[in-house]
Design a protein around this ligand. Structure first.
Ligand code: ASP
Length: 633
């Protein structure tokens, strides 16, 4: 039995001896001193080789890690030495040899197999490699090749032990999820990938139908309606590791397709979903990190999250909490403050302790950030000393002693502090100061060395937001989200406002949203009222969502659920900066797969079959983007 638990990148679920075949007896990276004296057949890639003039060392790599194989005239036949001496790196080889303990001075503590080596008796190349387009083996401190190159040759980049470890962890996390949910009666049900387009929400990826010329399927943005229909069909508890597609502008951490752990249950309330997900995340973190996380996470309402942290996914690993100064500064001679209050707004501030010596460049950066978020500027005080004369600020002279004292006591201002303000209507003021808060924490390195896992539930999200551009209400979560009991009547009566609250909840880790969900509407009249609130006419509702409205007429159970973003979860657990590092074949930040060169133009015949004509002229330089397509009908 091999020692799988200490191998470099051990897969704890499959013992290594299950990898034995006629071609190999052991995994190279799993060999240990207990194998000394055993004759082994190994198979894998040549990670490195060194020819010291007749004495050849080959580092052989397989899924379990690396082992050193030596070819030495004392025990290796000449043809084996010659084969080892001429083999190219990254070639696939079959090796026969005997495991031997290394002398004490030869032990390599940096290798899991460093106490042994394999004395090579034969080496056969079964998959020769030309010089790899990007190197797989890297010296200490050696930088990775440019990401474009790595994505282009993803099959080579995936050989890197780091990426192998990430995908192995992702696998383990998925197995843990399946085990946990199946163990609680959740059924894994697959839902269609070819679905019906909807104009709601994000932009759909469309798939033309050949059989129905001029008609299109959409790839699902999430299995939302299907999982609700499964509830009305009586399945009671559902989950799916679901691929979702959204044609949104891509940001650094977005992919056109991503994976959700999607969950729905009947006869549940918010509390049940929260408990379930706390348990699931507990199992996931135990499996993936060996970490015990709290059994119950703190909860705050959306209003409180915005009011104190200026974010619906607050990072609470550091302070910089907002202090409200609306009352204290309502008559301030500095009009930015009193004017905001007179217009029904608020004044809020944070105290960045000990940051009075912020540089002009840093102040500029914070100001630009505030402006980009919609503020006119950024008011600040650098409290260089105790008394107000020493405070550096464009407006402190215009404050009364009482106002200064109120600031001092409410913000606990001491010499060396930096105070940053926002004054506006409540939501924009909170939003601006929330962004400033995060940047400030970054500038002050407040999270350096912080290993905390800070989980949080944010509840009672607003049901509706007002979209200024289209002058109509939009759903904050999605149109199937249930209002809070207290606000149900208002929705039914059409008394709409952004004050209506939803039974919607997000789970947050260290300032990142891991996922969110809601208790759903399960009655036709309430669902129709919601569609109406969103400006969806009865005809459109019947056309787009007729099936769910119908399903609600035939006996629908109360139900609710949530979806966790799997890619981001794995990224956080792997301490990676990008979800591309935890996906096998990601696209770049322009949505292109550089390896297979997709998206790509298609054969005109395929377009003819689909009765589609592209607007782009044939022969025009490729843009790398999907050509705009028009249905001919
Ligand atoms: N389908 C929702 C989403 O993708 C999650 C949920 O409400 O369960 O955000």
């Amino acid at each position: 039995m091999t020692d799988s638990s200490t191998a470099d990148h051990a897969d704890r679920q499959a013992p290594f001896d299950t990898f034995a075949t006629d071609l190999r007896t052991h995994l190279a990276g799993a060999l240990r001193p207990e194998h000394a004296g055993e004759r082994v057949r190994l198979a894998g890639w040549v990670h490195r080789s060194r020819d010291l003039g007749g004495l050849v060392f080959v580092d052989l790599r397989d899924r379990a890690g690396l082992v050193q194989v030596s070819f030495d005239p004392r025990y290796s036949p000449p043809d084996a030495i010659a084969a080892a001496g001429s083999v190219g790196v990254e070639s696939v080889v079959l090796i026969e040899g005997v495991v031997a303990e290394r002398p004490v001075e030869g032990v390599n503590p940096d290798m899991a197999t460093g106490a042994i080596e394999v004395r090579g008796h034969a080496l056969r190349v079964v998959g020769p490699a030309t010089t790899p387009a990007i190197p797989v083996a890297r010296g200490r401190g050696e930088k990775l090749p440019a990401e474009e190159l790595r994505l282009r040759h993803r099959y080579l980049d995936l050989r890197r032990p780091e990426l192998q470890a990430n995908l192995l962890l992702r696998h383990r996390l998925l197995q843990a999820t399946r085990g946990f949910l199946a163990g609680r009666g959740y059924l894994e049900v697959e839902t269609p990938v070819l679905t019906k387009p909807t104009p709601e929400g994000a932009r759909d990826y469309l798939v033309p139908s050949r059989v129905h010329p001029g008609e299109f399927y959409a790839l699902p943005q999430s299995p939302q309606l299907y999982k609700q229909l499964l509830m009305t069909a009586g399945f009671d508890r559902y989950f799916q590791i679901a691929r979702c597609f959204r044609d949104e502008d891509l940001r650094a951490d977005r992919q056109p397709e991503f994976t959700q752990i999607d969950i729905e249950a009947s006869f549940v309330e918010q509390e049940d979903i929260i408990k379930l997900v706390e348990g699931l995340l507990g199992r996931i973190f135990k499996e993936a990190r060996g970490a015990e996380i709290p059994a119950n996470f703190d909860r705050i309402t959306w209003r409180e999250a915005m009011d104190v942290y200026g974010s619906d996914k607050p990072d609470r690993r550091f302070g910089l909490n907002f202090v409200d100064l609306t009352e204290e500064l309502k008559d301030c001679e500095f009009r930015v403050f009193s004017g905001a209050v007179a217009a029904g707004g608020v004044v809020k501030a944070i105290n960045a302790k000990g940051f009075a010596d912020i540089s002009t460049g840093q102040i500029d950066k914070l100001t630009k950030l505030a402006q980009a978020a919609g503020a006119k500027g950024l008011a600040y005080i650098q409290a260089r000393g105790e008394d107000r004369e020493s405070w550096r600020s464009p407006f402190v002279k215009r404050m009364t002693d009482a106002e200064v004292e109120a600031l001092r006591s409410k913000l606990n201002i001491e010499a060396g502090d930096l105070i940053l303000f926002a004054a506006d209507q409540w939501e924009p003021a909170c939003d601006v100061l929330g962004r400033v808060r995060l940047e400030c924490a970054d500038m002050q390195n407040l999270l350096e060395g912080n290993e905390e896992l800070n989980f949080l539930w944010v509840t009672e999200f607003p049901l509706l937001a007002f979209d200024e551009e289209t002058s109509r209400y939009v759903a904050v979560h999605h149109p199937f989200t249930r209002p809070l009991k207290e606000d149900e009547e208002k929705l039914l009566k059409g008394e709409l406002s952004t004050d209506l609250r939803a039974q919607a909840y997000d789970v947050v880790l260290n300032g990142t949203e891991l996922g969110g969900g809601s208790i759903r509407i399960h009655e036709g009249p309430l669902q129709s009222a919601m569609f109406k609130a969103l400006g969806i006419s009865e005809e459109t509702a019947a056309e787009e969502f007729g099936h769910i409205l119908d399903a609600f007429r035939f006996g629908a159970p109360p139900h609710g659920g949530l979806a966790l973003g799997l890619d981001r979860l794995v990224m956080l657990i792997c301490n990676e900066q990008s979800i591309r590092e935890v996906m096998a074949f990601p696209k770049n930040n322009k949505g292109s797969d550089l390896m297979s060169q997709s998206p790509a133009e298609v054969d005109p015949k395929q377009l003819r079959d689909l009765r589609i004509q592209t607007v782009k002229k044939p022969g025009a330089a490729p843009t790398g983007n999907t050509p705009a397509a028009a249905a001919q009908g």
